[in-house]
Design a protein around this ligand. Structure first.
Ligand code: AMP
Length: 145
């Protein structure tokens, strides 16, 4: 995959947006969907993806959609902090395969950090089960309510 390529509507996150693949959601509105990463680098690892756009990377994102999307990234980040009370939060966003991107629909990772817990490696985790993810998702949802 190159940095510049046509948007593939068959990508995993497009399928999640269409409802043809499941996810464990924590937040959704007209602008963004946030859900649990199934290969979490830490407990409470959330992905926030924009809706109503075919943007592979930050470079493709229409300017008019970027501001509202980033506001919702902040909304979810605040809920992760409130719900899980980590010591820190890492936000990451990869553009292009050489940069580490593996799913080609724009997304921001929100990864809680605790002082005494090492960060898992990107793209190198064990797949979590819904039962493992749901307790963190419900605390984030409660923080958004
Ligand atoms: P990136 O490597 O930055 O493109 O991030 C893609 C992220 O999507 C990785 O952290 C994966 O663990 C995550 N991921 C892949 N498939 C799914 C899925 N079906 N549901 C939730 N997260 C996923």
């Amino acid at each position: 995959m190159t940095l510049h390529a046509p948007y593939d509507p068959g990508n995993i996150f497009a399928q999640i947006l269409r409802g043809t693949l499941p996810c464990i959601p924590v937040y959704e509105d007209d602008v963004a969907l946030a859900f649990m990463d199934v290969f979490p680098q830490a407990d409470g690892h959330v992905l926030v993806i924009p809706k109503q756009v075919e943007a592979r990377t930050i470079l493709d994102m229409p300017e008019t959609h970027l501001g509202p999307y980033m506001q919702q990234v902040q909304t979810v980040a605040r809920a992760v902090e409130k719900g899980l009370t980590p010591d820190g939060l890492v936000l990451t966003q990869f553009n292009g395969a050489p940069a580490g991107q593996t799913v080609f629909h724009l997304h921001v990772h929100i990864i809680p950090r605790w002082s005494d817990v090492p960060l898992g490696r990107h793209g190198d985790g064990k797949m979590a089960t819904p039962d493992q993810l749901e307790p963190f998702a419900s605390r984030i949802r409660a923080a958004l309510a």
